[in-house]
Design a protein around this ligand. Structure first.
Ligand SMILES: NC(=O)c1ccc[n+]([C@@H]2O[C@H](COP(=O)([O-])OP(=O)(O)OC[C@H]3O[C@@H](n4cnc5c(N)ncnc54)[C@H](O)[C@@H]3O)[C@@H](O)[C@H]2O)c1
Length: 295
């Protein structure tokens, strides 16, 4: 595989384009407007500088990464001749379904269409497309350049050939593919999100503050990051939509999103990307301060 397209230049699409370009693939990354596209390029440059400081890449490799990526608003031309599309638009079934339907018509016949969905059914996204055998989940973890896992989600019609190609590509970009069945939240978020939801419930009940909850899980359980800080990193809107998928998918109230989470999303406090969530990121994004919630 040599040429790919990434749709959506947000948190995940930007990281996916970066890592693919780092391992020599030619990438077109597509988003809706110039501002988002410029920001994506800026973030890749900053993250590549961080990799240089850590000795992961050198200056020459940074130049290669940036020259391997075309940042664009042009959808049709960018996806027409690629071998793989990675869809990384927001976690909304109707939006993703429409993009996959469009790709099904525009892309060449042997393309693999992958979705970075955190929780939506790959089989349902592939339903009524011409090539459901070539649709698969590639669930990257955030931050993509750092996290070594890609959860590979196999839909009911995904072919073995598609799974094999995606496994090989995932290894080529130095990540570990782990193959799972198509089930709400897959493995990662089915286990992670109830923990985050419970941390928010614990905060809502005033059992402890943001700082203490996160420190308890870090110092006591050996987690590298507390659940509330992790929720901010993932995006509270993403957390909310995954919990809704789990609740609806399993028909079980134990996954009902916490009221505080719903309120924060309604107020536009989505975590790190909006500079406010369970922590404030407006002073120094590297040193977020815990918000004091008056319960
Ligand atoms: N944030 C995480 O930690 C995380 C982790 C794993 C998977 N995911 C999944 O990855 C996907 C993307 O999440 P994100 O956090 O990067 O979201 P995001 O909101 O940061 O980025 C989504 C981008 O898609 C763009 N977009 C929307 N419609 C588009 C269209 N029609 N064409 C082109 N671009 C379009 C938006 O402008 C935005 O820039 C979601 O499915 C999410 O569940 C997120």
């Amino acid at each position: 595989m040599k040429k790919i397209a990434v749709i959506g230049a947000g948190t995940m699409g930007t990281g996916i384009a970066h890592i693919m370009a780092q391992y020599g693939l030619k990438v077109s990354i597509i988003d809706l407007n110039e501002k988002i596209i410029a920001e994506s390029k800026r973030i890749i440059s900053i993250n590549a500088d961080r990799q240089i400081r850590k000795g992961v890449i050198n200056e020459k490799q940074k130049k290669i990464i940036l020259s391997n990526i075309v940042f664009t608003k042009e959808f049709n031309e960018s996806v027409k001749n690629v071998e793989l599309v990675v869809e990384a638009i927001p976690e909304n079934f109707e939006l993703k379904k429409k993009i996959i339907k469009d790709l099904d018509l525009i892309c060449k016949a042997n393309v693999i269409i992958s979705s970075n969905t955190s929780s939506l059914s790959i089989s349902s996204l592939a339903d009524k497309t011409h090539y459901p055998d070539r649709i698969i989940g590639m669930h990257f973890m955030n931050p993509v350049p750092v996290m070594p896992l890609v959860e590979i989600v196999v839909g009911s019609n995904t072919s073995k050939k598609t799974v094999d190609s995606i496994n090989a590509l995932t290894k080529k970009i130095n990540k570990n593919p782990l193959v799972v069945k198509d089930s709400p939240g897959f493995v990662s978020n089915r286990i992670l999100l109830p923990m985050i939801n419970e941390a928010i419930e614990t905060l809502s009940q005033g059992v402890a503050d943001v700082y203490s909850i996160d420190q308890i899980m870090k110092l006591g359980m050996g987690h590298p990051m507390g659940p509330l800080r992790l929720a901010d990193l993932i995006g509270l809107d993403v957390c909310l939509s995954v919990l809704k998928v789990l609740e609806n998918g399993f028909g079980n109230k134990k996954y009902s999103p916490n009221k505080l989470l719903i309120k924060m999303v309604e107020e536009g406090n989505l975590g790190r990307k909006t500079k406010r969530g369970f922590y404030g990121y407006d002073k120094d994004p590297k040193k977020p301060y815990p918000i004091i919630f008056k319960i």
